[in-house]
Design a binder for this molecule. Structure first.
Ligand code: FES
Ligand SMILES: [Fe+2]
Length: 340
C-alpha cells in the first residue's frame, strides 16, 4: 500500500535534540536521534534482545541504550555493548534506515537502502533559502495520506473550508488546467478580476474592492510532495505573462508521510519572498496558515471516519475539479503496483 523506495520527511530537524524521537512510518516503529557528530540516525525501534522500544531509552555518546537490560546500539544499528559480558553476540543489531538532514527536515528512505540517493530528495529549498521566510509546522492526522493528497490537488475547497484565510466565493468557477510529467502532476488555476482572499489582503495590502488576478499553481511530485505557488497581483498587471511586480507570491509546500494506512504525519511550510524583515507579519502568517491547514485536518479525519463506517459498499463519484486528483491517484497506484 506504500511506495517504499522514496524519500519521506520523518521530522523537523529541531525535533531531534538530546532525547530519542519515536515515530512510526509505514507501520514500522522507528527511533530517531543524533550520533556523537550531530548526524541524524534512524533505527528500528525494537531491541534485538526482547523487543523493548529503544526510544524509551537514553542516548549515550551517540549510541542508544535500551531501557530494559542496557544493550547499546550505534548509528548503524549494530549492538556495541551488552552489560555483564565482554562479547556482543554475533549478528546482534537492529535495522537502520538511510536519513538525510535537508531543508530543515529529516528525510528517511524506507525502501532498499542501496537505492537511497540523496539527489532524489525533492526540492524544498524555500524552507531554508535566505531569499524566503518560511513558517511551518507538523500535524498528526488520523486519516490516510491519500485523502490529504486529494485535498491538496483540488483547491476549489478553499471557498468552503478556508473562508477566513484563503477562500473567496468564485474560486470553483474558474476551471483548472492539468498536465503531467513522469513523476509530477501540475494543476493550475487562474482566477481573474476577483477580490483578494483575506490572507492576501493582509500581506499584499489589497483592499476590499480591489480586483486581483490570482493564481494557484499546484505542483505535485510523487509520492506525496507538494510545491504550491500561490499569489495575487493587481488585475490586468501582467501576472499571467510572468510580471508579478504588482503582486505577492507565496509558496505553500506540503509533504505527507504515511504513519499507517489510516494516519499521516503532515509537514508543511509556507514561504514568502517579500517584507522579509517583519517578524510580526511572520507571526501573523504562521497563525493564519496553521488555522487554514488545521481546517483541512478536520475534514480529512471526518472523511476517514465516514469511509471506515461505510466500508467498501459505498461508491464515490467524481466531478470536473477532480481532474488532477485522478491523474495523481492513477500515477501513485501504478508506481505502488510496479514496486510490488
Ligand atoms: S529488551 Fe533491550 S536489553 Fe533487553
Ligand atoms: Fe485546504
Amino acid at each position: 500500500m506504500y511506495l517504499c523506495n522514496r524519500w519521506y520527511v520523518a521530522a523537523w530537524n529541531h525535533e531531534l535534540g538530546d532525547k530519542p524521537l519515536a515515530r512510526t512510518i509505514m507501520d514500522e516503529p522507528i527511533v530517531f536521534f543524533r550520533d556523537a557528530d550531530g548526524n541524524p540516525v534512524a533505527l528500528e525501534d525494537s531491541c534485538a534482545h526482547r523487543y523493548m522500544a529503544l526510544s524509551e531509552g537514553k542516548i549515550i555518546d551517540g549510541c542508544i541504550q535500551c531501557p530494559y537490560h542496557g544493550l547499546e546500539y550505534d548509528a548503524t544499528g549494530a549492538c556495541v555493548t551488552v552489560p555483564g559480558q565482554a562479547k556482543v553476540p554475533p549478528g546482534a543489531g537492529v535495522k537502520s534506515y538511510p536519513v538525510v538532514e535537508r531543508y530543515r527536515y529529516i528525510w528517511i528512505w524506507t525502501g532498499e537502502p542501496d537505492k537511497a540517493d540523496a539527489a532524489l530528495i525533492p526540492d524544498f529549498h524555500w524552507n531554508d533559502d535566505p531569499d524566503w521566510v518560511a513558517v511551518g509546522d507538523y500535524f498528526y492526522v488520523k486519516g490516510s495520506y491519500r485523502l490529504l493528497i486529494d485535498n491538496l490537488l483540488d483547491l476549489s475547497h478553499v471557498a468552503y473550508v478556508h473562508a477566513t484565510t484563503l477562500g473567496t466565493d468564485g474560486v470553483a468557477n474558474f476551471p483548472v488546467k492539468v498536465s503531467r510529467e513522469e513523476d509530477k502532476v501540475h494543476v493550475e488555476r487562474w482566477i481573474f478580476d476577483e477580490p483578494a482572499p483575506p490572507m492576501f489582503k493582509m500581506v499584499g495590502g489589497f483592499k476590499d474592492d480591489d480586483a486581483v488576478d490570482r493564481w494557484q499553481l499546484i505542483h505535485y511530485q510523487e509520492p506525496s510532495h507538494f510545491m504550491i505557488d500561490v499569489g495575487c497581483a493587481v488585475a490586468g498587471s501582467g501576472a499571467t505573462d510572468g510580471d508579478r511586480s504588482q503582486g505577492v507570491t507565496m509558496f505553500s509546500n506540503h509533504t505527507l508521510t504515511p504513519e499507517t494506512e489510516r494516519s499521516t504525519h503532515y509537514f508543511w511550510h509556507h514561504a514568502r519572498n517579500f517584507r522579509l524583515d517583519e517578524p510580526e507579519l511572520t507571526e501573523k502568517l504562521a497563525k493564519a496558515t496553521s488555522t487554514a491547514f488545521g481546517e483541512d485536518v478536520i475534514i480529512i479525519e471526518t472523511q476517514q471516519d465516514r469511509m471506515e463506517r461505510a466500508g467498501p459498499k459505498k461508491a464515490i463519484i467524481d466531478i470536473n475539479a477532480d481532474a488532477g486528483v485522478l491523474q495523481a491517484s492513477r500515477m501513485l497506484d501504478g508506481l505502488i503496483e510496479a514496486e510490488g
